[in-house]
Ligand binder design. Structure first.
Ligand SMILES: NC(=O)c1ccc[n+]([C@@H]2O[C@H](COP(=O)([O-])OP(=O)(O)OC[C@H]3O[C@@H](n4cnc5c(N)ncnc54)[C@H](OP(=O)(O)O)[C@@H]3O)[C@@H](O)[C@H]2O)c1
Length: 328
């Protein structure tokens, strides 16, 4: 494949609100040992991109300064030490950064096939949320069939994925969202009960059911003590973000008396090997469910790459249900 020397990108010109995202031209990256270069068709937009844009989530050492943690496209070049993939293969991939661009490099082990039946736009919306949800809900949280699972932010990219995955695994799914319309969408995806958190206290709902065995939370703030109250004995809380802040007063006697586990993780700083292990699990356990039509990404909207600022403003308005993608 003949490669150009430069590519269209969207860069963060300075830390700030959505309009600091501007189009630019940059040299093509070249794949390093173990990496492939992907010509992107679509890139996914995620909340961590907005945090990076605002100057609150720096890229790890060696990663592209451009935002963009996932995408789908065609392999355009292959670095040394890469086996089992060819130029021209269609893939979706978790990216260390750099997804708001025509070309991006990423470890070959972080690429997955485009599931049969899915478009490139849908495939681009998979990696960041599926790596995050599977590793936190299944690998870290240990969700089992029959358990009561509470996913906060049910209409988010993360939430729509968590509801479907947990439902397919046979868990009883409870979720929170900020409007009746969002709650209805969550029930359609398989939630047994979607709680409009503006009207109803999720703690009361979960306690009436015997408590949650597992909670996936991105809200933090006063949700931390409330999550502890909502957990069943031996319950687990997995924290993946703190939209309302990480500092609270918490009575840890509850954790001891009721044998609770509080844990959490962020995906991006983990080692390439840890991410490759998650990719292997997804390939084995989740991609077949997607190919069988049992789980599908919930697509909210599509913007042109050059309109990334509009895509961020839309995400930050919280009007969306599911995933936003950029057409490259
Ligand atoms: N740890 C990791 O590795 C990792 C990886 C990816 C993403 N994340 C985090 O996961 C979160 C979701 O990411 P995303 O890309 O899916 O973003 P997103 O679609 O923008 O989701 C944010 C969601 O938070 C919900 N929310 C805000 N306040 C809430 C509250 N008090 N109760 C319940 N829900 C509330 C919003 O829903 P309403 O409009 O209904 O309030 C919105 O759906 C983000 O915080 C992101 O930083 C973490």
């Amino acid at each position: 494949m003949a490669l150009p020397e430069t590519m269209r990108v969207v860069e963060i010109t300075k830390p700030g609100s959505a309009d600091v995202l501007q189009s630019a031209t940059m040299p093509l990256p070249s794949p390093r040992h173990g990496e492939v270069l992907i010509k992107l068709a679509y890139a996914g937009v995620n909340r961590p991109d907005a945090l990076q844009r605002a100057g609150m989530y720096d890229p790890p050492e060696g990663a592209s300064p451009l935002p963009g943690l996932e995408g789908a496209g065609t392999i355009a070049a292959i670095g040394s030490g890469v086996f089992g993939v060819s130029v021209g293969d269609e893939v979706c991939a978790l990216l260390p950064g750099g997804g708001y661009a025509e070309y991006v490099r990423t470890p070959a082990a972080h690429c997955l096939s485009v599931p049969s039946g899915l478009s490139m736009a849908q495939a681009a919306a998979l990696p960041e949320t599926f790596f995050t949800v599977y590793s936190n809900v299944v690998m870290r949280g240990g969700l089992k069939a029959g358990e009561r699972f509470l996913a906060h932010g049910g209409s988010s990219g993360i939430g729509t994925t968590a509801i479907q995955l947990a439902n397919t695994m046979g868990a009883r799914v409870f979720t929170t969202a900020g409007s009746d319309e969002k709650c209805a969408a969550c029930v359609k995806l398989g939630a047994e009960r979607a709680i409009n958190y503006r009207d109803v206290d999720f703690v009361d709902v979960l306690k009436a059911e015997g408590g949650a065995d597992l909670i996936l939370d991105m809200v933090g703030g006063d949700y931390l003590p409330r999550n502890v109250r909502a957990l069943a004995n031996d319950g687990r809380l997995v924290q993946i973000a703190f939209l309302q802040g990480p500092k609270v007063e918490l009575n840890f006697a509850q954790v001891m008396m009721r044998r609770l586990t509080i844990t959490g993780s962020t995906l991006r700083p983990q080692s390439d090997l840890a991410k490759a292990r998650i990719a292997e699990e997804l390939k084995r356990n989740v991609w077949p469910m997607i190919e069988a039509g049992r789980i599908a990404p919930v697509m909210d909207s599509e913007f042109a790459l050059e309109d990334a600022a509009k895509a961020h403003a839309h995400m930050e308005s919280s009007a969306h249900i599911g995933k936003i993608v950029l057409k490259v």
